[in-house]
Each structure stands twice: as C-alpha cells, then as structure tokens.
Design a binder for this molecule. Structure first.
Ligand code: IZC
Ligand code: ZN
Length: 444
C-alpha cells in the first residue's frame, strides 16, 4: 500500500465518469485542500482531507499498516495522471527541415503536396524495422511519462499500406505491454494518399475499406478508426465511407476535422456518431452546434496551431456552446513535435482563453472520455486506477502559470511510482520496491 500524505492540494476531478464535462462543469475540479490518498495495489482505496486520511490509515489492520509506504506530499499538489488522447507516436525519422521551409513561407499543405510531410515520414517508417520503431517511440513515451502523462492514444498512418500499417500497430501494442504508459490504438491508414495511389485515390479508399480495416479488426490491433478529412487529402464522402466501414468492423470513429480548411468535418463527426473530432481550427458555428447536439468530444490541439502559426480553435465558442472539450499534444514529427502536455495546457490558456481548471479537466477526465477510458482513469476516486501525478507546486494553477517548466515531481502508474524527483526510476517497478524511495516509516 502507498499513502500520499499531507498534500497541499488534491485535485480529484471527481464526479465526471458518466459523461464528458460540458460548459461550467469543466471548471468543477473538486479540490481537497490539505489531504491524503491511499493506494492499494492498482487501485485508489481512499482519498480525503488530511485528518480523515490519517484516521483511515490508523484504522487499517496492523499487518496492512506494516506494509504501508509513505510519500510525503507537503507543499505539493496531487492531480490525476494526464491523458493524451491524440498522438502519432510511432514513426521513424524527423522533419526539422520543414520548419525552415515554413518559416520561409511554405505551408503545411505545400510541403505535403510536394511529397514531404506525412509522405516523408511514411517513407522513413516503411523502411524502419519494428525494433527501430519501438526504440524511437520508447524515448518519446519516456518523455511523456516525465511530463506526468500516464495514458496515450497512438495512431497509425505512416505505413499507408497493409503490411506497414499493421507493423505500426503491432509496435504500439508491444509498447503498451513493455512501458508503464498505457497505449490506446487508433487505425489511421486514411492519413494521406500514398504516392503509389496518387493517380487513383479511390483505389486507395477501396484498399482501406476492403483490406486494411478488416485486417486491423481481425487482429484486434485498434479500437478506433481515424481519417484526415481535408481538402487535398480525403474528401468528406471518402471519409464517411471509411469511418462507416470501420464501424462495421467494430472500430469507433474519430476524425481529423477542419484543420486547415473548413470541410464540415465537425458535422460529419456528428453524423457518423464519432466519439471525438480533432483539431477543429476552422469549424463553423453550425459545426459547433452539431457537435454539441451529438455529444462529440472536441479534442483541441493548440500546440499544432502554435507550431503551424495558425489561428487556434474557438475553444470558448465550443465550451460555451456545450461541446465537451479535451486537449492533446498531437505529438507528431511535422506539425507538433512535442511530448509536453503541460505546455499544451499553457497554450490552451494563453491562445484559446481556457481557464487553468478547464485545461486540467480537458487533459484528465474529458481526455479519458475521448478514448473510452473514463470509467477507469482521468480522476482520483475510490476504486479507480491509481494513476497520479505529484506536482512540485502548492496548487494546480501553477501548471498554467509557469510555462515551459516541468513541475512533475512524482508519477504513479497503477499504484507504482515510476517517476520520482522528476526522474524515471525504472520502467516496470513493483510496489514491493517502493520502500527505498519513500519515508517507509509509520507516522506516530
Ligand atoms: O505527420 O504531419 N495533421 N496529420 C494531420 C499530421 C498533422 C501529422 C503529420
Ligand atoms: Zn493528428
């Protein structure tokens, strides 16, 4: 057992597991000022004010008290482990030259149309072995973990042929078992039209529908199916056909919508019953209304808008219009090469005028809803999985106040400390090993 004792603040984000939070609910964090959390195995056994936590611990039977390890959190803040619901985690190579091209005036789409961008990463990913892809993604996952992220969604989409899409998804599955971070996989073969289908994009759509989606579903390599619905990539009609094919095979729809231009992607997400629509930089008020009516979660990526020097999404219009909002890094080698979800929270506040409380909800319980995991993660509640972060700060507001600074002190995944003093301690720790890191003594 692990007792996180005497925290300045515990931000539980509790009471939102049934449905994603909308409107004013995004600000309801249910903060306990001065409290404790007790973890038993992989679960949260108790959370409450300090005096009650002490009493709970005192009430434990002698044997269980003997095996209690203590992490003193005086002056610190406990938050749920952060959840990143949109990443392109598994890829080979890098695209640093595109930054310079864009600074000279080229656009993201210019670069893609010239065979760079996603197609460049596809070339490199096709050439990489599973082991090489795994090692590269492992480094990114380690950085995510050091920033307090304990669950990550990972999309394929740099294979763009059956064999290499399956390869990417197998790497994600292997990482899920080998790394403390949990991965949730999305099939995104519809990320770009590969060069060999440039003259016949419809044939690629057919390949997606008839071969790739059935193979992914049969091998149970993904839960979701995503499409880059954008002018010059997949049309709304193609996107609809792909997402409906995914649905027929049990893959829930997600959609990259209205990122560069408004193609009514938000409306399409609502029509097909997508769990989430992502980006939404150019979504119209009609799109916002459609998403609110259908309960589609808006996964906003202010880091991508920042990095592409574009106007960010209308987060306020969405929150005030009743759309549940989540946030993500969009970690990818072209438009958002970052693993810092706390930086995304800063950007959400400073470029989209989200309040610090809204940003935290958007990176915890609403992000968990966006990947269908809110029953298990995203808040600090008894019975939920013990995924927690201890910040080196007296209040959660410091996460949005400091920027470009990592305040993550301790990360606990499934009840096991995996980051201590800001450093990863081991990739697969066991609870039995915790003694060496805590006070390991019983408070009288
Ligand atoms: O590799 O450019 N927008 N897909 C859609 C991306 C960005 C990732 C990339
Ligand atoms: Zn993306």
């Amino acid at each position: 057992m692990l007792y996180i004792r005497h925290a300045e603040q515990i931000v539980t984000v509790s009471g939102g597991s049934a449905a994603p939070r909308v409107g004013a609910e995004l600000s309801h964090l249910n903060v306990i000022e001065c409290g404790g959390v007790v973890l038993e195995g992989e679960r949260i056994a108790f959370v409450g004010p300090h005096a009650e936590a002490e009493a709970y611990v005192q009430s434990l039977e002698f044997d269980r008290r003997q095996e209690l390890h203590i992490l003193d959190a005086t002056g610190k803040t406990v938050i749920p482990g952060l959840v990143d619901p949109h990443t392109h985690l598994v890829f080979a190579g890098s695209r640093e030259s595109e930054l310079e091209l864009r600074l000279q005036g080229a656009t993201y789409m210019d670069i893609l149309n010239a065979g760079g961008g996603i197609l460049r990463t596809t070339e490199q990913t096709r050439q990489a072995t599973e082991q090489e892809l795994k090692e590269a993604a492992m480094i990114r996952l380690n950085r995510f973990l050091e920033h307090g992220v304990t669950t990550v969604e990972a999309k394929s989409g740099y294979g763009l042929c059956t064999a290499d899409e399956l390869k990417q998804l197998r790497v994600a599955r292997a990482l899920h078992t080998e790394h403390p971070i949990e991965l949730v996989s999305t099939f995104m073969g519809a990320h770009a039209i590969p060069w060999e289908y440039k003259a016949s994009p419809e044939s690629y759509v057919q390949l997606l529908i008839e071969e790739m989606i059935p193979a992914v579903a049969e091998q149970q390599l993904a839960e979701f199916c995503d499409v880059f619905c954008e002018k010059g990539v997949f049309t709304p009609e193609q996107s609809r056909a792909i997402l409906l094919a995914g649905l027929r095979h049990g893959l829930k729809p997600k959609i990259h919508a209205d990122e560069i231009l408004n193609t009514a992607g938000a409306e399409l997400a609502s029509e097909v019953g997508a769990i989430s629509a992502e980006h939404l930089l150019c979504t119209s008020s009609r799109g916002i209304e459609a998403m609110a009516a259908a309960g589609v979660i808006a996964v906003l990526l202010p880091g991508t808008a920042f990095y592409l020097m574009a106007r960010p999404a209308d987060a306020r219009g969405m929150i005030d219009g009743g759309v549940p909002v989540a946030l993500s890094t969009d970690c990818n080698p072209g438009s958002s090469p970052t693993t810092s979800l706390p930086l995304i929270m800063n950007l959400a506040c400073l470029t989209m005028k989200m309040a610090p409380a809204e940003a935290l909800t958007a990176c915890t319980i609403n992000a968990a809803h966006a990947i269908g995991r809110a029953d298990r993660i995203g808040s600090i509640e008894v019975g939920k999985q013990a995924d927690l972060v201890i910040l080196d700060a007296p209040s959660y507001t410091f996460m949005s106040y400091h920027y470009g600074v990592n305040l993550t002190s301790t990360v606990i995944k499934k009840g096991v400390p995996v980051v201590l003093g800001g450093k990863r301690i081991r990739s697969k720790a066991t609870v039995g090993e915790v003694g060496e890191v805590g006070e390991d003594s019983w408070p009288e």
